[in-house]
Write a protein that binds this ligand. Structure first.
Ligand SMILES: Nc1ncnc2c1ncn2[C@@H]1O[C@H](COP(=O)(O)OP(=O)(O)OP(=O)(O)O)[C@@H](O)[C@H]1O
Ligand SMILES: [Mg+2]
Length: 509
């Protein structure tokens, strides 16, 4: 590549109806750099990137590439100029195969007919390059896990050989290994002079892979820093407009009686022989790599695995795994990792989503208390600081992190006995994360037993009383949190056997 590309966004304004989302935003990125775009949930990061990617037209302002003003009428226009986006909300078509998604809109032909063999080959190469050769190009996307779908989304953007690559929360659904593969590719692209914009709420990643950082707050650009000239605290101050008290609020709960006892859990496919107990007021973290079977444990307990089986006792009573309705009635709640297909109904309002579980109950009892419901929803919106114009707004129009908070609100409306959390803070900003940790602690203090799957190790280590580690469908460790370290968890996650500390922790319960 000759001269490194130089992209500038100048004075960008954008409103949705009455809501001004971007105000006179200036932003630039150059070839060979990774430029982080940070800001709280709803600050306008994705909107700004969608303007650059041709998905939204700006109300005013302009885009320049190498000093030339450009204008797109569609994402295809932007793609032709070498701009590719990896979207925060997965943008694949679930009913199509991996290969069909990868070549959508740019299918390969041979003698005038679709060249399926060439596309399958191309798809396989693209996936191998990302180190996920295990994904079958012929598989329907709806059958893949969220993490695998994210890898397909990344492969799709990389296949465009773009000069400018926008990565909007690319690692939110990935775990360590996939994240490392992506970072290695990004380092290679940097050397080739590709310009990258990196949107993430994970500070550790920002400091590792980015050279410059720009911060948006309430749709306005607060400032730009070189990574070596700034700090965690300064960035939080710029994003939030105030100092944050604690990143991980402390919890002081003495666990009570065993609430949930699980023996010999199997999902009927990959996961076998999982055993654990969770006491009232206790948080059990589940760690492991993508595909290790962490989510399957939760799904099986909630009755979502058709062939799942386990001996489960809830408060000393046997619990049959009959399905979600039965699980909810028994006192289980589940915050799923995939808000788009399982967690939320995007076409319903914030209030309707928040009340969904609750409504099922009151409707069955034949009572609907609208005033009380409205007050409760308002309370939840304030407690979780959900950024929404009002409770009647469709959830689909909220920013990604705020959607995740609505998922949480849904279960908080009626505290369960056992709360299953799958990646509870995915895509949530620093302030929002602290708020969610606070709520987890509050629920624990009320005696809720919490089982939490998370790919963010600092979060697992800080929140859990004990940590169960999975590797390829098997439980490889059960560590007491005060004895657990990042290294011990990673070792167990990569299949190394239990340490003595792990065995003591198992025996202690
Ligand atoms: N299509 C839309 N219609 C109406 N409002 C929208 C639409 N898209 C975004 N918004 C609003 O614009 C604001 C900025 O949203 P955006 O998705 O850009 O935030 P973000 O910084 O990417 O947040 P997150 O970290 O949660 O992903 C939010 O208040 C959101 O509700
Ligand atoms: Mg976003």
């Amino acid at each position: 590549m000759s001269q490194p590309v130089h992209v500038r966004l100048i004075g960008i304004c954008k409103a949705f109806g009455p809501v001004q989302v971007l105000r006179e935003v200036n932003f630039e990125v150059r070839g060979g750099e990774v430029h982080a775009l940070m800001g709280e949930n709803g600050a306008g990061k994705s909107t700004l990137m969608k303007v650059l990617g041709g998905l939204h037209a700006a109300d005013s302002g302009r885009i320049e590439i190498d000093g030339q003003a450009v204008q797109w009428r569609s994402p295809a226009d932007a793609e032709k100029q070498g701009i590719a986006i990896i979207h925060q909300e997965l943008n694949l078509i679930p009913e199509l195969t991996v290969a069909e998604n990868l070549f959508l809109g740019r299918e390969l032909h041979r003698f005038g007919v679709l060249d399926k063999a060439a596309m399958a080959r191309g798809a396989r190469q693209a996936l191998e390059r990302l180190g996920v050769a295990g994904i079958d190009p012929a598989a329907e996307v709806s059958r893949l896990s969220v993490g695998q779908q994210q890898m397909v989304e990344i492969a799709r953007a990389l296949m465009l050989n773009a000069r400018v690559l926008i990565l909007d929360e690319p690692t939110a659904a990935l775990s360590e290994r996939e994240t490392e593969a992506l970072f290695a590719i990004m380092a290679g692209l940097r050397e080739q002079g590709v310009a990258m914009v990196y949107v993430s709420h994970r500070m550790e990643e920002i400091f590792r892979v980015c050279q410059r950082i720009s911060v948006l707050r309430d749709g306005g650009m607060v400032g730009e820093r070189l990574v070596q000239d700034t700090s965690f605290d300064e960035l939080v101050g710029m994003m939030v407009g105030r100092a944050l008290d604690e990143r991980f609020p402390r919890r002081d709960v003495t666990p009570g009686a065993v609430r949930l006892a699980v023996k010999n859990l199997s999902d009927g496919a990959r996961v076998h022989g999982v055993n654990f107990e969770v006491r009232a007021g206790e948080v059990l973290g589940i760690a492991g790599l993508m595909g290790a079977g962490r989510s399957e444990i939760l799904r099986t307990l909630f009755g979502l695995s058709p062939r799942g089986a386990a001996q489960v006792q809830l408060d000393g009573q046997p619990l049959a795994l009959k399905g979600p309705v039965h699980a909810i009635d028994a006192g289980l709640a589940f915050v799923t990792e995939d808000r788009k297909t399982q967690g939320l109904v995007l076409g319903l309002s914030v209030r309707e989503n928040a009340m969904l579980v609750h409504l099922n109950r009151v409707t069955r009892a034949g009572v609907v208390q609208s005033g009380a419901e409205q007050r409760q929803v308002q309370g939840l919106i304030e407690q979780l600081r959900i950024r929404t114009r009002d409770s009647e707004l469709e959830v689909g129009a909220l920013s990604g992190g705020n959607q995740q908070k609505v998922v949480f609100a849904k279960w908080l409306a009626s505290p369960p006995k056992v709360l299953l959390l799958d990646e509870p803070t995915r895509g949530v900003d620093v302030g929002g994360k602290a708020e969610i940790y606070h709520i987890i602690n509050q629920l624990a203090a009320q005696g809720v037993a919490i089982v939490m799957v998370s790919s963010e190790l600092p979060e697992v280590l800080a929140l859990s009383d004990r940590i169960l580690v999975m590797h390829e469908g098997r439980q490889t460790a059960l560590l007491a949190a005060h004895e657990a370290s990042q290294e011990a968890v990673m070792a167990a996650a990569s299949g190394q056997s239990q340490t003595p500390a792990a065995q003591t922790a198992t025996l202690a319960h």
